[in-house]
Design a protein around this ligand. Structure first.
Ligand code: 13P
Length: 262
């Protein structure tokens, strides 16, 4: 069954005291909320910067359905790669997910499909579930090539996987023009692309797999627009940047997602 998932990607934000109070704020908000239904169908994921992974893991200890993700991992197993962090290290502190292929990493760090697939492979070997990001640039949408671009991104990466491995992936559709810009995809644009991705998964891997893959939307998704985006039938949740840095907003989005019918 497709699970509802909401993940907060903090990116390069927060000092240690800020990180602590954000997690405490989210946990308090969840405890006090009377507006969360079917909690067992929903996974909450926090993706702090590397230095706070362990702290966050300790803070969420014993809390149901809350998990830790890394924002990245390196594409080699171990060794002389000064400054890098391996999938094994991330897994060993108890994280369950890792974000791979975020457009900021593809763009600023020149991560290509081959490198991303090495990361996916290492993540799976170390029992981490990849949250794999895809999405088109603004000029690709404006020239109506967005479907073609997304299809190619999938064909070059996760569609090369074996079906059993692919089932452990979460897809995040993040149109690059919507990330951090305040320009959200309309619910209809998000639905259209999510449904397209789901059809491609069906053609490639078959019906059983379609029903196992969660597809998250990311890009200026916030407490004000989450309800209309999450209401879309093929939007299984969100990968949230800026709005995940405010405990109240993030909890409100969790409430919203929990109350959608899928
Ligand atoms: P914003 O929500 O800040 O637009 O970021 C989205 C994102 O990139 C999440 O990974």
């Amino acid at each position: 069954m497709r699970r509802k998932i909401i993940a907060g990607n903090w990116k390069m934000n927060n000092t240690l005291p800020e990180a602590t109070s954000l997690v405490e704020g989210i946990l308090n908000g969840l405890e006090q909320s009377t507006n969360i239904t079917n909690r067992d169908l929903l996974d909450i994921v926090l993706a702090p910067p590397y230095p706070y992974l362990n702290l966050c893991k300790d803070l969420i200890k014993g809390k149901q359905g809350i998990y830790i993700a890394a924002q990245n991992c390196y594409s080699e197993e171990k060794g002389a790669y000064t400054g890098e962090v391996s999938a094994a290290m991330i897994s060993s502190i108890g994280a369950k997910y890792v974000i791979i292929g975020h457009s900021e990493r593809r763009n600023y760090f020149r991560e290509n499909s081959q490198m991303l697939m090495k990361k996916v492979d290492l993540a799976l070997k170390n029992n981490l579930r990849p949250i794999f990001c895809i999405g088109e640039l603004i000029h690709e949408r404006q020239s109506e090539r967005h479907f073609k671009v997304v299809r190619q991104q999938l064909a070059d990466t996760v569609f090369l996987m074996k079906e059993n491995d692919f089932r452990r992936i979460i897809i995040a559709y993040e149109p690059v023009w919507a990330i951090g810009t305040g320009l959200t995809a309309t619910p209809e644009q998000a639905q259209e692309m999510h449904s397209f991705i789901r059809q491609l998964i069906g053609v490639k891997f078959g019906r059983k797999t379609i029903n196992n893959i969660s597809i998250l939307y990311g890009g200026s998704c916030n407490a004000a627009n989450a309800a209309s985006l999450f209401a879309m039938p093929d939007v299984d949740g969100g990968l949230i940047g800026g709005a995940s840095l405010k405990a109240g907003d993030f909890v409100s989005m969790i409430e919203t997602l929990s109350n959608t019918n899928k």
